[in-house]
Design a protein around this ligand. Structure first.
Ligand code: ACM
Ligand code: ZN
Length: 780
């Protein structure tokens, strides 16, 4: 633009007005400078200096490539310009005088490192490696206006890159993400889209969880039934994952899918172009019911089983290491898998095997005797060692979940520490490489916001700020141990992820937090600064069409009851810091609602609405919560059957404190009873006129928590003579969700001081007892 502008300035002055307008545009192009706040880079680069001015990409801008092989990665930006800017960046070999983006080799830069220097006339990206160029291009992409992500032509945009000088290199070499494609299958196109997004965040390892009980997802030519049978299950998607019935082994199985070997090659090649290694996981000895359904001789019993449609626990149907045929099978499978995945690592699972069948299997017992093993734990060690030997013969490194530590760790194994950091600590102490992926920070199947407002997920909590707290290395590690920590990885188990939209929702924005904590030096990590950037990054995600979660904007209220004054105090905050929260009591929430500053006090029923507001718009899910005061608030409660030690709520006032349990039944508000009724008597302190009792309950069939089967209400004025005034029976219904419901027993108005409520748990013939959860008994 610069030279055209200069020429224009010397043109005759007839079109003064027009040229003045045009020049204004041009000067803006030349002079526009940026502030640190304008830079929305995730992960934050190791070193960045921002200078005055910017480089403008236009249809004349040339892309100068050090060599032709770089053509495979330039689409990271050229495709964006094709679509959004409506022009192509032409590739040339000779460096022009100005207006170019040059990719230059610099052998002094280590693997993954890059330097980027942007000035008014040129952009120089230097790297010594394919990966470094990928990351440099992704940085250029993130420096461009977010509209560059548009799938269609965007008019009137200056494609400016701020003048920066960046030298960047990652902190950790393993920056991973695992997708579970077994519990729900995701097709090749989604995987490729996800790989693009991983590269966007400079993640370099895609852990492909191809096998689990509920589906075998990779074609193995020698064993066609693995996919013919193992890739499909009976469709029970209408039920909660953990409430799905066992399938008959010859029932029609229609739900599933798999990748052909050609598709796998395509995915791996696609990833490789983006600098991403693919680590396939071929699970063993457990999490393989899909394989056993196809070939029952792989198990100890040889019994025919079906591919399960949902959760199985404990997992006892596992491979038999007593039989040589099992190892022949696994070596055959790996012989087909290895050439498809040229990377160093093959993941062999190793987690969660319940070895009761090994205890009673004559073949397994013979193996234990012949190999001089101490028992079934060492038999797993033997199993893994054989696999490692085979992989080593094929130039591959075995990686497995931290359970592989238990039976004796194969010599060269790398450990993926998921049950906390301890396994990783131990393994690094023993001199093994480690990838940290603890449930506490890295399990993205967990809720990221209040379960009341979130789609169903695994019943635990990993909000964005928790991900940002993840550090792969512990202070308690020696220098030698720290050197064995390769990095970190986020895992998205897919039990509750039936769609791509849901997959994106659970991954984003949490993956951005992972990306930063494994790339950026620890001393530069700053939650507040990241929180500002990720909010702007979300605007880019809107254009990229990513269905990211806005849960960090959601307001979490917390409340306390004052039993003497029978009032409650409510405090509110969002996860993102420094947000403007507006709230409304019993009225509509809008841009003029009061701004929340201090705790809100309530002593009568009210509906509280609140949201974070930004630019006059509510962000994320609005909070809407009803606080119901009733005649039983703060009354004394007498329990005939004590609630369970595990679910005590907040003690003896739990059922009469206005505050209600959430869909997270672990939230400390619910009281639980197992296999026996809840029988509670409320003392209202004086006779009151009553006509309706509501019992607040939760159902979570996957966790064995059911709505009650029956409720009886009796009343008394003297606490000895009780009259039954109402009863209700409740029918069972299949329910895949976590659901809160108040069951109302109403009756003719009468005077009573004592209210006895007997709540019968649901009973099932021949099944273990179900849980009954109650929070709040409302008296009116
Ligand atoms: C795991 O979550 N079972 C590795
Ligand atoms: Zn066996």
């Amino acid at each position: 633009m610069k030279s055209i502008c200069n020429k224009l300035r010397f043109r005759i002055g007839i079109l003064v007005l027009l040229s003045a307008i045009f020049m204004q545009g041009c000067e803006e192009t030349e002079r526009r400078s940026f502030t640190e706040d304008d830079l929305v880079l995730i992960p934050k680069p190791k070193n960045l200096e921002l200078r005055e001015g910017s480089f403008s990409v236009n249809s004349e801008t040339k892309l100068v490539l050090a060599e032709d092989s770089l053509q495979i990665i330039t689409p990271i930006i050229t495709d964006l310009f094709d679509q959004a800017a409506g022009f192509q960046l032409q590739t040339v070999k000779e460096t022009p005088e100005e207006n170019f983006i040059q990719l230059k080799f610099n052998s002094k830069l280590g693997n993954e490192a890059y330097n980027l220097d942007v000035s008014n006339d040129q952009v120089i990206l230097e790297s010594g490696s394919h990966l470094g160029f990928v990351y440099g291009l992704e940085t250029i992409r993130q420096l461009l206006p977010k509209e560059i992500e548009s799938q269609s032509f965007v008019d009137n945009t200056n494609w400016l890159i701020p003048n920066v000088s960046i030298s960047d290199v990652p902190q950790y070499s393993w920056r991973g993400n695992m997708l579970d494609v077994s519990r729900h299958f995701f097709d090749k196109e989604y995987i490729k889209k996800h790989l693009d997004r991983m590269a966007f965040l400079k993640l370099n390892t895609f852990h492909f969880h191809l096998i689990d009980d509920q589906g075998w997802r990779i074609e193995i030519k020698k064993y066609p039934k693995l996919t013919e049978v193992g890739a499909f299950r009976v469709d029970q998607e209408d039920k909660h994952w953990n409430a799905r019935a066992e399938n008959d082994s010859n029932a029609e199985a229609t739900f599933g899918g798999f990748y052909t070997q050609e598709e796998i090659k395509e995915i791996v090649a696609y990833a490789s172009d983006l600098g991403i290694r693919v680590v396939p996981e071929i699970e063993m000895p457990a999490h393989v019911m899909s394989a056993i359904a196809a070939y029952p001789w792989l198990s100890c019993t040889g019994e025919a089983i079906a591919v399960p449609s949902g959760g199985v626990w404990p997992i006892t149907s596992i491979y038999c290491p007593g039989k040589e045929t099992t190892f022949e099978f696994l070596e055959d499978v790996l012989t087909e898998v290895i050439p498809l995945f040229p990377g160093e690592y093959i993941h062999v699972g190793g987690d969660e095997a319940t070895k009761t069948n090994w205890e009673s299997c004559p073949d397994c017992q013979r193996r234990i005797r012949e190999e001089g093993l101490s028992g079934v734990e060492e038999l797993q060690g033997y199993f893994m060692q054989r696999m490692e030997n085979f992989l080593a013969e094929n130039d591959r490194t075995l990686i497995g979940w931290d359970e592989i530590l238990e039976g004796g760790l194969p010599e060269e194994a790398t450990v993926m520490s998921w049950r906390g950091f301890e396994g990783g600590w131990e393994a690094s102490k023993e001199g093994h490489d480690v990838v940290m992926t603890p449930t506490s920070h890295m399990y993205f199947d967990y809720y990221q916001g209040n379960p009341d407002n979130e789609p169903i997920a695994f019943n635990a909590f990993t909000p964005l700020s928790q991900v940002y707290k993840f550090r792969p290395v512990l202070d308690s590690m020696s220098t030698a141990q720290k050197e064995h920590i390769l990095g970190g990885q986020a895992n998205l188990w897919a039990e509750y992820i039936p769609t791509e939209e849901q997959s994106e929702y659970m991954l984003f924005p949490r993956l951005t937090a992972l990306s930063e904590v494994v790339w950026t030096p620890e001393e530069k990590l700053d939650w507040n600064a990241y929180a500002r950037r990720v909010q702007k990054m979300m605007e880019r995600f809107d254009i990229m069409g990513i269905n990211y979660a806005k849960s960090a904007y959601a307001i979490t209220p917390s409340s306390k009851i004052n039993l003497d004054s029978k009032s409650i105090e409510i405090t509110m905050e969002a996860e993102f810091p420094d947000q403007q929260i507006r709230y409304a009591l019993n009225e509509e929430l809008n841009n003029n609602s009061p701004v929340y500053e201090n705790p809100i006090s309530l002593d009568t029923s009210a509906i509280l609405k609140a949201a974070v507001f930004k630019n006059g718009q509510p962000m994320g899910t609005k909070l809407e919560k009803e606080f119901v005061f009733h005649k039983g608030v703060a009354s004394e409660v007498d329990y005939k059957n004590e609630f369970s030690d595990r679910y005590k709520g907040s003690g003896e006032t739990t059922l009469v404190d206005v505050l209600r349990g959430s869909k997270n039944f672990h939230d400390g508000r619910w009281q639980g009873w197992i296999r026996r009724p809840a029988v509670v008597t409320l003392d209202l302190e004086e006779n009151k006129s009553v006509q309706d009792i509501k019992v607040g309950t939760i159902e979570h069939q996957g966790a064995g928590i059911y709505f009650p089967q029956n409720i009886i209400v009796e009343v008394s004025t003297d606490n000895s003579d009780f009259r039954k005034v109402g009863e209700m029976d409740i029918d069972f219904e299949n329910n895949p969700e976590s659901l809160i419901k108040d069951f109302s027993v109403d009756f003719e108005e009468q005077e009573a001081r004592y209210i006895r409520v007997s709540v019968e748990p649901r009973s099932f013939s021949g099944r273990r007892g179900s849980w009954l959860f109650i929070d709040e008994i409302l008296v009116n």
